[in-house]
Design a protein around this ligand. Sequence first.
Ligand code: ADP
Length: 354
Amino acid sequence: MASLSLQHLDKIYDNNVQAVYDFNMDIEDGEFIVFVGPSGCGKSTTLRMIAGLEDISAGKLMIGDKDCTRLPAKDRDIAMVFQNYALYGHMTIYENMAFSLVLAKEDKYVIHEKVLAAAEILGLTAQLNKKPSQLSGGQRQRVAMGRAIVRNPKVFLFDEPLSNLDAKLRGSTRREIKLLHRRLGTTMIYVTHDQTEALTLADRICCMSMGHVQQIGTPLELYDHPKNLFVATFIGLPPMNTFSLKVENGKYYAEGEEIALPSKVVDAINKSGKSNFILGIRPEDIKPGNTYKLNVTLNENTGHFTLTHGKLFGKTSVAKFRDWMRYKTGEVVGIDFDEEKIHLFDSETEEAII
Ligand code: ADP
């Protein structure tokens, strides 16, 4: 097990593409960290720099108290699980899991013990004599994890391990990974573009965009207190509704429509001394009420909640109501915002004000 310190990491590829800018993060021993962000934001590149699969262009990487910046991958004591888990088709599950230990010329009794222990943890004991083709996708993904576990690494790295699985299996395998972390207690770093995986798995999330770290914090910190508009709209599903907000002669206009605002928001606006903002409200923080009007375009009942899509201040928006609502297309529904949950961003810098 090990802590990690990523200090001012940059990655510039040979074609001069800079994929990562000044990445800084201290990871504690045993933490489950998720790097999340849209495709191409630099998550895998950062993970691969930690693994030693990509050179670090600038900065320093410490694993435990060892400077690993230039250390070859094989000496870093790290195991990586990929989305493409490529098992050897001609080998049994046992042989697949034992493979790296055989290569390392480990004693065969030790190998046997380690493979059996990993198989037990992963519920693969009955599959050990089978070939990969006889296993389901979820079981094959577990074998890939087993290959990593037998090496007893200091750090586990996961690169989108669930993206080849169907939706149902993704949910159950995600829970298995979380339980595996509980059981092993080893530091894990997990890359995904899926905000649900990030929220459910992470002790702390590192949210990235275009090679830059946007925010590092617990799932609840990023959900409740996003630092900027990017994090606010990336974390949460459906995404936060956002509206341009202008102040003119003491009046407030959302998307050009004059509106009333709670005093908390008014105070923040006055304190900032600015006049152009972005107002944000999550779908789940909209309640039936009488302050604003939602012109319904589509009502979706899902059983335990209702997604009501419509125009709010003339802009396409969505509200998530807890009850089974029966709104009709064309209906005008009165709504309120949960005042404590309103977000306000500077329209220029997109940094959060509240
Ligand atoms: P993510 O994992 O967030 O999808 P990546 O780290 O794979 O993003 O990629 C970040 C950026 O670096 C992208 O613009 C991508 O095109 C670029 N990139 C990734 N790998 C290479 C490479 N081997 N050579 C050049 N550019 C690369």
